[in-house]
Write a protein that binds this ligand. Structure first.
Ligand SMILES: [Zn+2]
Length: 256
């Protein structure tokens, strides 16, 4: 609501600026520069859940004085998820898996393996459509509810936590979360494991940003993430970091 008022005021001011520029009472360049700046600002806050602009999200535990971090995986469950589970079991770590509803429907056994191993599961929408930013509130609600529904049917649990696909958030996401009662969980370290090809660059990106309370984002539908994970867990062990489940690190409830 607050954003809608501010947004309307800014659009009206920009419109007034354009009118003044048209009558040569203001510099057209300045008005244009402000429009570009405002569009870039909107793009930044709507594609970065970390900024907590449209949605209040749990992205890290900044006040933590213990050397603890959480690791999260998005976009499963798929066959590679089983490899990820093996590595986590080898290092006795518990992580968080934000699963896509249609993948759960396709791989219910793998989904149950995640839960059986003691990891957290969260909602990552039903379809994970690339048009996420353009969805209506009612479609957003459907995406969240369908994902929770398949989890209730498959595993008998009611998930409380939601991770926005691509980190894209808007006032519509906020409304959908209010309606469904889920809480958003973001991240403080984006590995770009789904985008970058070099394992070394990805691993170094993460290592550089590690600090107590950090939440790391990885993808369990990516083959190279298996190797990156093992190297990351070795690094964390060497540096006396403990990997804890995201709900424990963030002090929130995963299920209701
Ligand atoms: Zn995703």
């Amino acid at each position: 609501m607050r954003f809608r008022i501010i947004n309307t005021i800014i659009i009206l001011l920009l419109f007034a600026g354009l009118v003044l520029a048209f009558f040569e009472l203001a510099s057209f360049i300045y008005v244009l520069a402000f429009i570009v700046f405002y569009l870039l600002f909107l793009l930044t806050v709507s594609t970065n859940v970390r900024f907590n602009f449209f949605v209040k999200s749990f992205n890290e535990n900044p006040g933590l004085n213990k050397k603890q971090v959480a690791i999260t995986f998005d976009d499963g469950p798929v066959e590679i998820t089983l490899e990820i589970l093996k590595v986590l079991a080898k290092y006795k770590c518990r992580a968080g898996f934000f699963c896509i509803g249609k993948n759960i429907a396709a791989k219910p056994k793998i989904f149950k393996e995640i839960i059986k191993a003691g990891h957290l599961v969260g909602n990552h929408t039903y379809t994970h459509t690339r048009k996420m930013g353009a969805l209506s509130v009612s479609r957003m609600i459907w995406e969240i509810q369908e994902c929770n529904k398949i989890v209730e049917e498959t595993a008998g649990i009611k998930m409380n936590l939601f991770r926005p696909p691509f980190g894209i958030v808007s006032p519509k996401t906020q409304k959908a979360l209010q309606k469904t009662g889920l809480q958003s969980v973001g991240w403080s370290i984006r590995s770009f494991d789904a985008v970058l090809s070099s394992e070394e660059i990805i691993l170094n990106r993460i290592k550089k940003r590690i600090k107590p309370g950090a939440v790391i984002l990885l993808h369990d539908n990516n083959a190279k993430t298996v190797k990156i994970l093992e190297q990351l867990l070795v690094f964390l062990e060497q540096n006396n970091y403990e990997v804890v489940r995201p709900d424990k690190l963030l002090k929130i409830n995963a299920y209701s």
